[in-house]
Design a protein around this ligand. Structure first.
Ligand code: ZN
Length: 458
């Protein structure tokens, strides 16, 4: 009798450090109702609802709510520390920055140590390009020897990826692949023109940003700049469903990850709607705003026309990649004009659904698949014991409509809980900081804008 009583009173779980329990939420993607216990920065237990807990624990009501892994954006350009708060406020708990600098490394370390609020930051090194490149800041490599030196340096500096650009010579690209393989650091980014799409992914490039390089490959043409009207028009005219399906099959066979970034194509396709009064501009840094307004002023009218076709093509490729069961994950190219940090992830999810993914598949591409693309599915991207506690609690079921992901109750990043009031306060702080700093540029701006806007000649 006494024993039975003791058993009834015994806690279901004892926390050895202060924690949080989210009670009775539907845990996604599994769909079970659970009490999710977080201790420190990781998920400690998934228990039957109503579990008895022992220890210092903050309770969050998850009843009739949905708990998903935090969202991931695999392609961003962080230019300001304020961007980090904006990601968090949008439910994004991991970002991969693809034009890194040394200051990103110190921010990364501050985030891990809990010295600042924000998503986990993974950053490539500075963009690597060839001598003909046109970016304002880049590492130039002319041959294999220079490429090996740059790769060694970036690996030593603890950058997590080697980001290549359109103009990397073929022998230099090969040297980067070799050095990266040896160091366990992937080569990611654009497809160098000298290498070509299929050759690059068959040769070991881990993620492919944007789908525009698929155009030449599917048309059976040599790579050409996107804003080269005659070539692009010829490629689109030559396009058939069979050609796109063929490249999608070949892509699937390599295991390379496609990061479509449809939202940046959509932004350029609708550049005539770029709104200088968009309220979200308050959360973009002065340097970001300045670069966007400059893009708006200088944009050639041919860009939206071209990008409308390129976006349609990109969506067709996404549908074909899905059909071929090719690895696909979410990235946005945020930092490009009117591709808003944080917010853009939700736009990309909409575009993926419009391209034929189910809402559940789109959510998967922004969570577990994105973690897989980084080789970190054991670390985050799932709601399971031992995973980093990166979570998003929402009021409606995102498996029915991804818009539910914006109906937030709160966000957890590395075990730190932010309710909607906390997130609003973070945003207000960012806007206040930018207002008081005026329009003085804070950081040099490097993104893929030159790629999309066709600068740098043919
Ligand atoms: Zn980019």
């Amino acid at each position: 009798m006494l024993l039975a009583l003791l058993a009834a009173c015994a806690p279901d779980f004892t926390l050895s450090e202060p924690g949080v329990v989210i009670r009775g939420a539907t845990v996604l993607p599994q769909g079970d109702v659970r009490d999710v216990v977080v201790a420190g920065d990781h998920i400690a237990a998934l228990l039957e609802p109503g579990a008895e807990l022992d220890g210092e624990v903050e309770e969050i009501d998850g009843a009739d709510r949905f708990l998903t892994p935090g969202l991931v954006d695999l392609h961003v350009h962080v230019w300001s520390e304020g961007d980090l708060s904006v990601y968090l406020a949008n439910g994004v708990t991991t970002i991969r920055n693809l034009s890194g600098d040394t200051w990103h490394l110190s921010i990364r370390d501050d985030l891990v140590a809990g010295r600042r609020a924000g998503p986990t930051l993974i950053t490539s090194g500075p963009i690597i390009d060839g001598p003909e490149g046109f970016l304002t800041s880049r590492e130039v490599v002319r041959d294999a020897e220079e490429a090996a030196l740059v790769a060694d340096l970036q690996v030593q500096m603890t950058f997590a990826a080697l980001k290549v650009y359109d103009g990397v010579p073929a022998e230099a690209w090969q040297a980067l692949i070799d050095a990266g393989a040896q160091a366990g650091v992937p080569v990611v980014g654009h497809i160098p023109d000298e290498v070509g799409y299929l050759e690059a992914i068959q040769g070991g490039q881990r993620t492919v940003e944007h789908l525009d390089d698929v155009l030449a490959a599917a048309a059976g043409m040599e790579p050409f700049p996107l804003m080269d009207d005659p070539h692009r028009t010829a490629a689109l005219e030559a396009m058939t469903e069979e050609r796109i399906a063929g490249v999608a099959e070949a892509t699937a066979a390599t295991g390379a990850w496609s990061v479509p970034t449809l939202v940046v194509m959509q932004s350029y396709a609708t550049a005539d709607t770029w709104d200088s009064n968009d309220p979200r501009l308050a959360y973009m840094s002065p340097v970001t705003r300045a670069s966007w307004f400059q893009s708006a002023e200088n944009l050639s009218p041919s860009v939206p026309v071209a990008m409308t076709d390129v976006l349609q093509f990109g969506q067709d490729v996404v549908a074909a990649l899905r059909g071929a069961d090719a690895p696909l994950a979410v990235g946005t190219d945020a930092g490009n004009p009117w591709v808003f940090h944080g917010y853009a992830v939700h736009d990309e999810l909409d575009l993926l659904v419009e391209s034929g993914l189910t809402p559940a598949e789109a959510l998967d591409a922004a969570t577990l698949q994105a973690a897989r693309a980084l080789g970190q599915e054991e670390v985050f991207g799932q709601i399971a014991v031992g995973q980093r506690a990166d979570l998003l609690l929402v009021n409606a079921d995102p498996r029915l409509d991804t818009a539910a992901l914006q109906d937030r109750v709160g966000v957890m990043a590395r075990g730190q809980w932010y309710d909607q009031g906390d997130l609003d306060a973070l945003l207000a702080e960012v806007a206040w900081g930018y207002q008081s700093r005026g329009l003085a540029p804070a950081r040099p701006a490097t993104s893929c804008a030159d790629h999309w806007e066709g600068r740098g000649g043919l």
